[in-house]
Design a protein around this ligand. Structure first.
Ligand SMILES: Cc1ncc(C[n+]2csc(CCOP(=O)(O)OP(=O)(O)O)c2C)c(N)n1
Length: 201
């Protein structure tokens, strides 16, 4: 029988929209936030649209790689990737790439509900065996931590925004659906983001 992941011992099950709202409330300037496929994207949208938010559609697993690209292109800008557990599990190699590059301006937030929620709630391995903080640390991301509860999450976000990264926060979340859905117009989303980053007039 697989053993439950270590992290389940002391971490509270929180809510994605609530945590996203707490994170967005802490953004001070022009930080870019990249929402992952589906729910991380939808709840980011629901917290209030910003031109520096990228509401990615369809590209499962690519929130962190896209965030890395933005962070490399604009090293003065702080960039945060919001990603789901199933998506990160598909693209684990990106963690060691980010660690190897020592990407100072990049932070990652993993919303771990232990399921592929948007496609019907099939279990992911993080429900049983995979521990994202252990995986991240093993990939070289030493500044990685589980958020024990909401106030711990806020402190970890403060640290992510104030100090050099790369860093990773993992949060256990419930299976509540996202509170809104993104408009599905990729050209509009891309153009608005490019303007938000100052690379398109
Ligand atoms: C390459 C690829 N495989 C499968 C899908 C279908 N798909 C879209 S979202 C999703 C689940 C995402 O799970 P997770 O990242 O854990 O987010 P959650 O839905 O739990 O919020 C799947 C399987 C896809 N879009 N692309």
């Amino acid at each position: 029988m697989p053993q439950p992941a270590q992290r389940s011992a002391n971490t509270k099950v929180m809510n994605r929209f609530d945590l996203t709202r707490r994170l967005v409330a802490k953004l001070k300037r022009d930080e870019a936030v990249i929402g992952g496929i589906g729910n991380t994207n939808f709840d980011l949208w629901a917290t209030g649209q910003r031109p520096q938010n990228f509401y990615m559609l369809g590209s499962m697993g690519l929130a962190c790689p896209i965030a890395l690209g933005v962070a490399l292109a604009q090293p003065e800008r702080r960039v945060i990737a919001l990603e789901g557990d199933g998506s990160l599990l598909m693209q684990l190699g990106v963690l060691s790439t980010i660690a190897m590059l020592r990407q100072k301006n990049l932070g990652i937030v993993i919303m771990d509900n232990g399921i592929y929620q948007i496609t019907g709630g099939q279990p992911t391995t993080s429900a049983q065996t995979a521990d994202f903080v252990t995986i991240a640390k093993g990939s070289g991301l030493s500044q990685s931590a589980w958020a024990a509860d909401e106030s711990d999450f806020e402190q970890l976000v403060d640290r992510m925004l104030a100090s050099d990264g790369p860093s990773l926060i993992a949060a256990r979340i419930d299976d509540k659906p996202a509170v809104a859905t993104t408009e599905r117009d990729p050209v509009l989303i891309r153009d608005r983001f490019m303007r938000g980053l100052g690379v398109k007039k």
